[in-house]
Design a protein around this ligand. Structure first.
Ligand code: NCD
Length: 348
């Protein structure tokens, strides 16, 4: 079974294949208009989305396939109390590929246990967002030529931003990356990710000041403060607006800086920056649709690919993290490895 829960489940060569397929599609999109004809994508969004759900739908339609699904779980049987397991068993009988977003961390991996077709994780709580990362890697590769050797600044809510978590993990598989993690102390990367960084050979520093780091960056990845993940609304009020990128601040940045953002933005990038030719976030969003076309084709359009290797789990202690999918779907089997939950990655 081929699932994409975490981009790091795949080999680097597979990423490279997806990135070059993305370039091929961008060069000649109509060549792929029948690549998935007669195939069906199910889009299960248990949490709001505009870009990701639209880009997956547009991707499948451009490949000649069909789409069904929901973007409001309250209008489905989930609201009647149906388990994720039952939904997956049923929907995977109807679809050739399932794209899923869920507010709980580890939900996509849990869902994949019960699906008879590939599951693509379109965001599981504050955990991971692998297709945004594929989008980000495709954008950097296209605009900069390569990812190796880049000085990358990630700025904003690094604690709750799943796009950041996925991207950090992916960058650790490239050469000579210099990572600058820019956040208020309260919104620094989660401990499990810092531990992964310490175990990797990637150079990284954690700082609080955006302006001081700007001149050295090749790529600045701005992110939104993730309001919906705050338990205390007063803390959100205190931290929102902490970083605002303006045309004035950008005067000291490199002339070929890539300014990226997974979108939606709130106020962290001033609208005036949109006129700067270094602003690449809208190109990035468009690239995401083509990257998703490449991924869908790889999973269902071409037969006989052995995509994902299932991890081995040597430990069966249950996760205690309240935002983990295991906290609400009680039948899930306990799975962990090296002291970390196999669903959400938090320490057991
Ligand atoms: C991101 C997400 O949903 O995590 N959006 C997206 O998919 N492009 C970023 C965000 O919501 O801040």
């Amino acid at each position: 079974m081929k699932h994409v829960i975490d981009l790091n489940d795949l080999e680097r060569a597979e990423w490279d294949g997806l990135l070059s397929k993305t370039n091929e599609i961008i060069a000649s999109p109509l060549d792929f208009k029948n690549a998935c004809s007669g195939r069906v994508l199910a889009s299960l969004f248990y949490e709001p989305s505009t870009r990701t759900s639209f880009s997956f739908q547009a991707a499948m339609l451009r490949l000649g396939g069909g789409v069904f699904g929901f973007s409001d779980p309250n209008a489905t049987s989930a609201a009647k109390g149906e388990t994720l397991k039952d939904t997956m068993v049923m929907v995977s009988g109807y679809a050739d590929v399932i794209v899923m977003r869920h507010p709980k961390e580890g939900a996509a991996r849990a869902a994949s246990l019960y699906s008879s077709c590939p599951v693509i994780n379109a965001g599981d709580g504050g955990h991971l967002h692998p297709t945004q990362t594929l989008t980000d890697l495709a954008t950097i590769t296209r605009l900069r030529g390569k990812i190796d050797g880049a000085v990358v600044g990630l700025c904003g809510d690094l604690k709750n931003g799943r796009t950041v978590h996925s991207l950090v993990r992916a960058l650790s598989r490239y050469k000579d990356i210099n990572l600058i993690l820019i956040s208020p102390r309260e919104l620094a990367v989660p401990p499990y990710l810092r531990q992964m960084l310490n175990e990797s050979s990637m150079k990284f520093i954690e700082v609080t000041n955006l302006e001081a780091t700007l001149p050295q960056l090749d790529c600045l990845y701005m992110t939104r403060i993730q309001k919906e993940r705050f338990i205390d609304p007063l803390e959100y009020e205190r931290l929102k607006g902490v970083y605002v990128l303006t045309p004035q601040k950008l005067k000291i940045a490199k002339s070929d800086l890539l300014i990226m953002h997974p979108l939606p933005r709130v106020d962290e990038i001033h609208a005036g920056v949109d006129e700067d030719e270094r602003a690449k976030y809208f190109v990035q969003a468009e690239t995401g649709m083509y990257a998703r076309m490449a991924l869908i084709m790889y999973l269902i359009g071409e037969k006989g690919k052995d995509f994902v290797r299932e991890r081995s789990y040597n430990d069966s202690r249950m996760c205690k993290y309240s935002n983990c999918i295991t906290a609400i779907e009680g039948y899930l089997p306990a799975k962990s490895t090296e002291g970390r939950c196999a669903y959400c990655d938090h320490e057991i």
